[in-house]
Design a protein around this ligand. Structure first.
Ligand code: SF4
Length: 255
C-alpha cells in the first residue's frame, strides 16, 4: 500500500448553475482532479473489485439499459469546502451505477434536498452526474470507495481505503469539520487519524453529536445515516437531519 503522500494526486463531476456556485467549480484544483483519476484506477481490494464489477454486469432490472460505472467512486464538491461529509460506501445501484457519491439512490434522495434547504447545494435533486448539481462549502465522500456486499466492507478493506480519504482531506485547505453519516463513517474518520499516529480523545457517536478531534484537527459532528432503514422508520426525520446541517454551519469560523 503506498503511503498517503505517495498516493497524492481528485473531484467533482462537471457542474454549473448560479454565479455563486459556478465560481467555485472553476477553481477546482488540479491536485483534486489528479487524485480522482488515481482513485478510479484503484484495484487493491479483490473482493470489492469483483463485487463492483459483478453488480455492474448483472444490473438491477430497472436499470438494465443503464451503463453502470462499476469502479471506485471519488468524492465531489466544493474545492473550498469547510465541511467534509463522509458516508459509508457506494450504493450497489446508486453511485456504483452513476459514478457520483449518493447519486441515484434513496439515501441521496434524502440527502440532497436537505443540503438544498441548508443552502449547501444549488438544487434539491441529485440523481445523475449531469443533473447540474453544485455544492457550496461542502465536499462529499466516503470511507470506502467500492460497493461492498451487503453494504459491509470488512475492517481490512476500510483500512486499505482510508488513505484515499486522507488524501482528499489534504487537498481541502479550508476544511474545518467533518459530518459523519453513520457510525461506520464516524469510526472511519477517527481511524484515518489514528493510522497517521495521532492520539484522539474519547468520543461518542450519536445523532447531532459533536466531538472535537483535538489539537488543530477539524471537529467531528455525527449524524444517523440517511438510509431508507432510518428514514422510512422515522429514526431519522427531515427535521432531525436539518438540525445537523444547521449545527455544522454554526460551527464554522470566518465563513
Ligand atoms: S475499496 Fe478503496 S482501496 Fe479498495 S479497491 Fe476500492 S478504491 Fe481501492
Amino acid at each position: 500500500m503506498p503511503s498517503i503522500r505517495a498516493q497524492l494526486t481528485r473531484c467533482a463531476r462537471p457542474i454549473s448553475q448560479s454565479a455563486e456556485f459556478s465560481g467555485r467549480i472553476k477553481r477546482m484544483t488540479a491536485s483534486l482532479q489528479a487524485l480522482e483519476a488515481e482513485i478510479i484506477r484503484c484495484r487493491q481490494c479483490p473482493r470489492l473489485v469483483a463485487w463492483r464489477e459483478e453488480v455492474a454486469e448483472t444490473k438491477r432490472k430497472a436499470y438494465q439499459d443503464a451503463d453502470y460505472w462499476g469502479k471506485p467512486v471519488p468524492g465531489f464538491g466544493d474545492p473550498d469546502a469547510w465541511i467534509m461529509v463522509v458516508g459509508l460506501a457506494p450504493g450497489a445501484h446508486g453511485s456504483n451505477r452513476t459514478g457520483r457519491m449518493f447519486t441515484g439512490d434513496a439515501s441521496g434522495n434524502f440527502l440532497f434536498p436537505a443540503l438544498y434547504r441548508a443552502g449547501l447545494a444549488n438544487q434539491p435533486n441529485g440523481d445523475q452526474p449531469d443533473d447540474g448539481l453544485a455544492l457550496k462549502d461542502i465536499f462529499i465522500t466516503a470511507i470506502c470507495r467500492c460497493v461492498p456486499p451487503q453494504n459491509k466492507p470488512n475492517a481490512e478493506e476500510i483500512r486499505t481505503c482510508l488513505p484515499w480519504l486522507a488524501a482528499e482531506v489534504e487537498r481541502l485547505p479550508k476544511l474545518q469539520g467533518f459530518i459523519a453519516l453513520g457510525r461506520i463513517a464516524f469510526d472511519g474518520i477517527r481511524k484515518m487519524y489514528q493510522l497517521q499516529g495521532m492520539d484522539l480523545p474519547k468520543m461518542s457517536f450519536g445523532h447531532n453529536t459533536l466531538n472535537p478531534l483535538g489539537g488543530d484537527l477539524p471537529w467531528l459532528l455525527s449524524s444517523y445515516h440517511p438510509s431508507q432503514q432510518n428514514t422510512l422508520t422515522g429514526r431519522l426525520t427531515e427535521k432531525m437531519f436539518d438540525a445537523v446541517w444547521a449545527r455544522g454551519k454554526s460551527l464554522l469560523k470566518n465563513a
